[in-house]
Ligand binder design. Structure first.
Ligand code: BGC
Length: 581
């Protein structure tokens, strides 16, 4: 077909620290990943996205880069990357790296130079501002903005007596994209270097935050409980962002035909997303939009870890909202329900309360994902239904800078209620849940690392019952269903990958049904997806009325087929797809 490969490719995100440790140091590594490429190929993976592997002091798990051209030593060497590329390409798989260029580590040589003096040539490669003083003459940061990790977005540097900006941790100073020589260095030092070595593209971190509004003013007070205020409008989708991304496309992505997927946060309106992913705009191929995956979190920049239960109807409405393109559109989108920044889907959108419901609901989530339009991204462990850390684990098992940042802020508040709610919210939502070691088998440490080694994060207590080895040869396993579902997605790509999406019964709080149509191919092919997202038996949508008498059952997650008056009788957590061809 005339479509680029990346539209109907299945992408798989590997979190290198937690995938496979080959040398027993407790950290995953590239040789470990290379040793499992057959597993990924057999699953049906077309493109591997590796989260950051560059040299880093690991203050934010590698999203704080110290040297873009060196590999973090515990992960291996740059030669290991060459082997990864060669071995993946030999298996027909491509590899994209994680491009983190909104900020560097404070240990990056660029920042070391920038902070050394006000007249250093690289001073303007970062964002420095003089202090302000309050009525009592106390020094205060240039603005009242709140970091994504709680606390301020400014840190005072004694040496030159100015503050530097960091939207994330103080270890992650923001690069100044308004400086042309800084942008040039980003394109050459971090992007071309890897594209010249054969990397196939990038997942681009925080892609809509590079153009800060230049007025640097205080944000309105929206969270009186904190001295710092959420202010994404000060740096998201800023005045020059499309100029910068188009320049990146023109100078680097397009010449190398590099695939690009941007991480686009704080942009709840599809009309604002479209300019980034319209092919005519020549900016990005596609983006991740986070409204759906954020379901359940509190204010995205306020007390984020206050868990807020949500009805199915809200999840359905957000799915519909972000199925805003189809094969006839020059824009494109992504489909995902897990990543390294969010808790496990089977716990958040399914039901992991019993082994039976866990198995059934994980498959229905899989069927939901593979029948949506856009490029599909899986996250390591999603395919075997890995679950959140046990609720019995204490705060000491949470290693993530964001989790500890919000917990510390709650402790500092002295409010026991906020502390309790934050611990509860972390138990549902923390980024840590997706970062514990991948569960390969029932051997010690779940086969992630050798016996006697100490994994950098604790292995899940239930690794003996949830692991690849136990599922690989079980036709009823989640893993087996994902393989089948990914194959179905390709077989019915006109509808599943490229089709238009029409939500049915938006108010129904138990059954999630939608229609996919092949408008791109101008055929009258139709698919009806009807998913029981509840623990009780439900009547699915009236497929006969939509598909006519020739309605054909393509798949049921539980091999069900019963119809009553044209309507499927869906067992608890059973999903089905019917077509008219
Ligand atoms: C990444 C996070 C990271 C943050 C700072 C996000 O895009 O997904 O894991 O903490 O950027 O780089």
């Amino acid at each position: 077909t005339n479509e680029p490969y990346w539209k109907d490719a299945t992408f798989y995100q590997v979190y290198p620290a937690s995938f496979k440790d080959s040398n027993g140091d407790g950290w995953g590594d590239l040789p470990g990943l290379i040793s499992e490429l057959d597993y990924l190929s057999d699953l049906g993976v077309d493109v591997i996205w590796v989260s950051p592997i560059f040299d880093s002091p690991q203050k934010d798990m590698g999203y704080d880069v110290r040297d873009y051209q060196k590999i973090y030593a515990p992960y291996g060497s740059i030669e290991d990357v060459d082997i990864l590329l060669r071995e993946s390409h030999n298996r027909g798989m491509k590899v994209i790296l994680d491009l983190v260029v909104n900020h560097t580590s404070q240990e990056h040589e660029w920042f070391q130079e920038s902070r050394s003096s006000k007249d250093n040539p690289k001073r303007d490669w970062y964002i420095w501002k003089p202090p302000r003083y309050d009525a009592e003459g106390t020094r205060i940061p240039p603005t009242n903005w709140r970091s994504y990790f709680a606390g301020p977005t400014w840190t005072f540097d004694e040496h030159t007596r100015e503050y530097y900006l960091h939207l994330y941790a103080s270890d992650q100073p923001d690069l100044n994209w308004d400086n042309a020589s800084c942008r040039r260095a980003i394109y050459d030092n971090t992007m071309r270097f890897w594209l010249d070595r054969g990397v196939d593209g990038f997942r681009i971190d925080t892609v809509n935050k590079y153009s800060k509004r230049q007025d640097f003013v205080d944000a309105p007070v929206t969270d009186p409980s904190s001295p710092h205020q959420s202010a994404p409008e000060m740096w998201c989708n800023g005045p020059r962002i499309h100029e910068f991304i188009h320049e990146m496309n023109r100078d680097v992505l397009a010449p190398y035909e590099a695939v690009s997927v941007g991480e686009l946060s704080n942009t709840p309106d599809p009309r604002q997303v479209r300019p980034y992913v319209s092919a005519r705009a020549q900016e990005l191929d596609m983006v991740f939009e986070f409204s759906l995956i954020r379901l359940g979190t509190g204010n995205i920049l306020g007390p984020k870890y206050i868990y807020q239960p949500f009805p199915l109807s809200k999840m359905k409405a957000l799915t519909q909202k972000w199925q805003f393109v189809d094969g006839t559109d020059d824009a494109w989108t992504t489909v995902f329900v897990e990543n390294h920044d969010n808790a496990r889907a089977v716990c958040r959108f399914g039901d992991s309360s019993t082994p039976e419901l866990w198995n059934k609901s994980a498959k229905t989530i899989a069927l939901w994902q593979v029948t949506l339009t856009g490029t599909l991204f899986l996250y390591q462990g999603q395919e075997i239904g890995m679950t959140n850390m046990p609720s019995s684990w204490g705060i000491e098992e949470y290693k993530d800078v964001e989790s500890t940042g919000f917990y510390e802020e709650a402790v500092q508040s002295g409010d026991p209620e906020l502390i309790k709610k934050t611990l509860h919210g972390l138990g549902h939502l923390a980024r840590d849940h997706s970062r514990i070691p991948f569960q390969w088998d029932a051997s010690p440490n779940a086969g992630f690392t050798r016996e006697g080694a100490t994994p950098w994060m604790r292995v899940h207590d239930e690794y003996k019952s949830i692991n690849v080895a136990r599922q690989r040869d079980d036709p009823d396993s989640i893993l087996s269903f994902y393989k089948k579902a990914l194959t179905l997605r390709k077989q019915h790509r006109d509808l599943f990958v490229f089709g238009s999406f029409t939500l049915l019964d938006p108010e129904d709080e138990s059954v999630f049904s939608y229609v996919k149509r092949d408008i791109k191919g101008h055929t009258d092919k139709i698919a009806v997806v009807t998913l029981n997202m509840s623990g009780e038996q439900q009547m699915g949508t009236d497929v006969a009325s939509i598909l006519g008498s020739e309605a054909r059952l393509v798949v049921s997650t539980q091999d069900g087929s019963k119809l009553v008056d044209g309507r499927p009788v869906l067992k608890p957590w059973e999903g089905r797809v019917y077509v008219n061809y």
